[in-house]
Write a protein that binds this ligand. Structure first.
Ligand SMILES: Cc1ncc(C[n+]2csc(CCOP(=O)(O)OP(=O)(O)O)c2C)c(N)n1
Length: 682
């Protein structure tokens, strides 16, 4: 608590009493006309009155949860009024004032909170967890921090489009402890992105006081570490918020750069209504109650003769009617009738595959060259598509796939990134919100762990939640057999195949790699594109020279036989081919899945129906891998056709080890032949 009291004393010096605050408001207000001054008031009053109504409904059990922004309205309203209508705002759970100041019809907000169809998420997400392109608002995901990086992506698109726009993103002081905060500010500063990072320092993150959240006097002090301008603003003074943010936003529009804004304020109610405020010292609540932004501002407007009693009553009545009418519409709307087909259809944005055939001209390419060529041709096809990743620019990436790209496409489009996996995935999401495609290169697929949250929670769920596609391809150099140890050898596709909303592509040959990459890029949904490092330079094939596409969700039948079905992908395909070459008497269907999501279930089930035996080979360790799901699927669909139990062949359930002998023992490669022959003999 010590630290918080410290800054409280500072603030007390400035705002000891209502009249001091009023003086300050007067100083700033001299530049504002009466209409603006009244608009600031009306815009603060509306969220306050809505909240008061919601608290009643909550007590009556008519809404599920409520995060109160009472006492913090000046920040939401002042910032939103300082922004142009075409500029994005990314608010948090206490920023109702952003939504109301952008004039979202209340009936829609109420429908959203009641989980009705006329809300913004078709009942799929609650409270403020939604975005709307119509109102240029991108709501939070529960994980708080990720939207900071999303703001970077939106701002990057503005900057590259040479649009003089600023993006405002909110977080609480608790959210500043997350890695996403650090990464987003770092990236924004390195790239000089026009973002206002608005930190609402309201004293508590759930029950945690600032003294247990960070260890410096002001959050604004962190700006210097990022090379970023920062300001402290009295978050309870609407005129100060509006005037300062307006000035700064205008300055950023003319001179794009990030700015860190720390708004000093206080959370007057519990974290959410059910949790109460027992842990908050009474003195603090009393002190801050005196600084209520709405009460003080109303007093100021009256003192100045700008707001009369009659006008006040009229404004309040107007808002009351609006709330009443909105609630009537929302209450009357029927509840959602669940239809599984509707839910499943919205997981992905619909995409009509366009089959583009190559000409006859081919050349022999290694897998790595085919990927590089495909990537280059897509960069030519989509002139505003961006590649981002560590060392991808002049250095050409650690595997040299983007070598020469900077010369052809320039540094704006081929962007070296700091080591900020989360924030770059988030930036890619932001680019998609602005309609730009992007590709992110994970230096090694293992490092997707550092960008995992935004992949599985942001990219994957965005279309289902609020109809916003995440038009992003994440390239994933993966796989073992390269004696690189537990952190540079994993094949971690199962982390993602589990998550609805992600497509997963895993080619084994140069021809497939090029055509599937083209489609992954054309597809507006998030795609994880796995590239096996051990195949990069070892597998060659004749590949069409010009651009072509291949469909996702279509396996390829590499060998045809009668006795057994082998299902595999990636390096497993080559291990299976070697085994079949060594055992010419084995008559097998060999299915290379090529994509794991969507999965070509027909190809698998049709083949097993014919052969009556199935063996699934994966490079990943056994438990929880995709082989288990395919096995279960075969069991369920083909039980009566099976002549033997389905067999899974996978690597050991240990981390993948470094030294050759251990790695060889670990990998499924050397277990496959015996398992295949055993199953044939069953
Ligand atoms: C990654 C993550 N960890 C924890 C939580 C639980 N949680 C939700 S809000 C919150 C407090 C946030 O504090 P702050 O950022 O200061 O915002 P405030 O609620 O005070 O406005 C916590 C701990 C979460 N939603 N996400």
């Amino acid at each position: 608590m010590f630290k918080f009291y410290l800054h409280l004393t500072d603030i007390k010096k400035q705002f000891m009493s209502r009249s001091t605050a009023t003086n300050l408001e007067m100083n700033y207000s001299s530049t504002l006309d009466n209409t603006t001054l009244l608009d600031l008031y009306k815009n603060m009053l509306k969220p306050r009155m809505i909240e008061e109504k919601m608290l009643i409904l909550l007590r009556q059990g008519k809404i599920s949860k409520w995060f109160s922004g009472i006492g913090q309205e000046a920040i939401s309203v002042g910032v939103t009024m300082a922004m142009q209508d075409d500029e994005y705002i990314l608010p948090m759970h206490r920023n109702l004032g952003v939504f109301t100041t952008r004039e979202i019809p209340l009936k829609r907000l109420f429908c959203q909170w009641q989980g009705k169809m006329s809300g913004f998420t078709k009942g799929r997400d609650r409270s403020f967890h939604f975005g709307t392109q119509e109102y240029k608002i991108v709501g939070m995901i529960s994980h708080l921090g990720p939207q900071l990086g999303v703001a970077d992506g939106i701002a990057l698109a503005h900057k590259l489009n040479k649009e003089a726009n600023v993006t405002a993103v909110f977080t609480g002081e608790g959210g500043t402890s997350e890695g996403d905060f650090h990464e987003a500010l770092n990236v924004a500063s390195v790239w000089q992105l026009p973002v206002l990072f608005c930190i609402e320092n309201n004293g508590y993150g759930l029950s945690t006081p600032t003294s247990e959240q960070y260890n410096c006097e002001n959050i604004a002090d962190k700006g210097i570490g990022y090379g970023m301008e920062s300001h402290i603003i009295d978050g309870n003074n609407i005129i100060e918020v509006f005037t300062k943010v307006s000035e700064l936003a205008e300055s950023v529009r003319n001179n794009p750069r990030p700015i860190l804004l720390e708004f000093k304020t206080f959370r007057m109610r519990g974290h959410e209504e059910a949790s109460g405020t027992k842990y908050v010292p009474h003195e603090l609540l009393e002190t801050w109650a005196e600084k209520d932004p709405l009460v003080n501002y109303q007093a100021f407007l009256k003192e100045q003769g700008i707001l009369s009693e009659e006008e006040e009553v009229k404004i309040k009545e107007g808002i009351m009617h609006e709330i009443h009418d909105g609630l009537e519409v929302a209450n009357a709307e029927e509840t959602i009738i669940p239809q599984s087909s509707v839910e499943l259809n919205d997981v992905f944005k619909s995409f009509v595959y366009q089959d583009i055939k190559p000409s006859n001209e081919t050349e022999e390419l290694r897998l790595i060259d085919a990927i590089a060529q495909g990537l280059k041709q897509s960069m030519e096809r989509y002139e505003d598509m961006i590649i981002m990743g560590q060392d991808v620019a002049e250095y050409g990436g650690v595997f040299k796939i983007t070598e020469g790209f900077v010369e052809q496409f320039g540094k704006d489009r081929v962007r070296n990134t700091p080591i900020c996996e989360s924030s770059i995935v988030e930036a890619a999401m932001g680019l998609s919100i602005k309609g730009r495609k992007s590709i992110m290169e994970m230096q090694f697929s293992d490092f997707a762990a550092s960008g995992f949250n935004p992949i599985v929670n942001y990219l994957a769920k965005s279309h289902y939640r609020w109809n916003q596609e995440a038009d992003v391809v994440v390239r994933m150099p993966c796989g073992g057999g390269v004696a690189a140890g537990p952190f540079h050898s994993q094949t971690n596709e199962a982390w993602f195949t589990k998550t609805p909303g992600l497509k997963v592509v895993y080619p084994a040959f140069p021809y497939d790699a090029k055509g599937l990459l083209a489609t992954a890029i054309n597809d507006p949904n998030p795609v994880l594109y796995f590239e096996h490092k051990a195949l990069y330079r070892s597998i060659r094939q004749e590949v069409p020279t010009d651009y072509y596409t291949l469909p996702l969700g279509k396996a390829s039948l590499l060998r045809e036989g009668q006795d057994i079905t082998i299902v595999t992908y990636g390096a497993g395909v080559h291990w299976a081919l070697e085994t079949l070459d060594k055992n010419p008497s084995v008559s097998a269907d060999l299915i290379d899945l090529r994509t794991l999501q969507p999965l070509d279930t027909d190809a698998i089930l049709n083949s097993v129906t014919k052969t009556g035996k199935a063996i699934i080979l994966q490079e990943d360790s056994l438990f929880g891998g995709i082989a288990s799901d395919i096995s279960a699927m075969i069991m369920e669909a083909c039980f009566e056709k099976l002549d033997a139990p389905v067999r899974r062949v996978a690597s050991m359930d240990t981390p993948i080890p470094f030294i050759d002998q251990l790695e060889d023992q670990y990998l499924s490669k050397n277990k496959f032949e015996k398992a295949l022959l055993d199953l044939l003999a069953y």
